[in-house]
Design a protein around this ligand. Sequence first.
Ligand SMILES: C[S@@+](CC[C@H](N)C(=O)[O-])C[C@H]1O[C@@H](n2cnc3c(N)ncnc32)[C@H](O)[C@@H]1O
Length: 246
Amino acid sequence: MKIHIKHAFCFSSESYDSSCDIQRIVAEHLAELLPEGSQDRILEIGTGTGIFTKLLNEKCGGAFCVDIADALLAKAKKNFPENHYICGDGECLPVIGEFSLITGSSALQWFQSPQKSIPDMLKCLKNGGKFAFSVFVEGTFVEMSILNQMTGFGSVYTLPDEDVFAKIFEDCGVSVNKEVCEYVLHFDSVSEFLKKQKGTGATFSGRDSLTSKASYKKFLELYPELFGENEKVPVTYRILYISGQK
Ligand SMILES: C[S@@+](CC[C@H](N)C(=O)[O-])C[C@H]1O[C@@H](n2cnc3c(N)ncnc32)[C@H](O)[C@@H]1O
């Protein structure tokens, strides 16, 4: 399954930066939750093209940046050469030693076994070290899930439940602050939203995506009919911000 995720993100390397509207908003908010001042050893998971890395560098300093998608990391490396870039799986960390800060924006929802990999990741945090993550959770694309049931088009990747995800951190014996924010972005048309969504590489749903032209057409028709507001198409995103200290 990870090979599909990696492939979808690598495929988006040319379109990611012009498509990632929600990820930029989320990265800005997560940056506000980072500790003030430079940190001696920082690990970032799911770097992508470096949208959040830029803010992390400005606030806390250079980082070890891990991502499974080498094509995206190559972009980040070009734009922000002060970091160390490692192509690898955040669920099986390709780094040694302890970190004073572990962070990552819009990436942890792609973990396949968070119950195991998050405790493993927090083992790499120094005592007293801080962590801060933003995670897309259930409730994101609520409009698309309803339409998927009605038309068969637009299957949505199963996102984690915010309470279940937060409990994984709480069970690790670290202090945890959590905040859930819902954002509604408005697109000019359903096709514009689908194009942007594809452009970010977040296309892997874990389900068979062979749907007919008829169900796609029905999806395009029904979305504005059921949810349209003032000639715009709303898309809901629900984000868990989770931060704390070991
Ligand atoms: C939506 S992008 C977010 C990128 C960047 N942090 C941002 O805010 O724009 C998610 C990133 O997580 C990476 N990713 C997904 N699963 C991963 C894993 N198991 N280990 C490391 N990176 C992963 C993807 O390759 C992708 O670059």
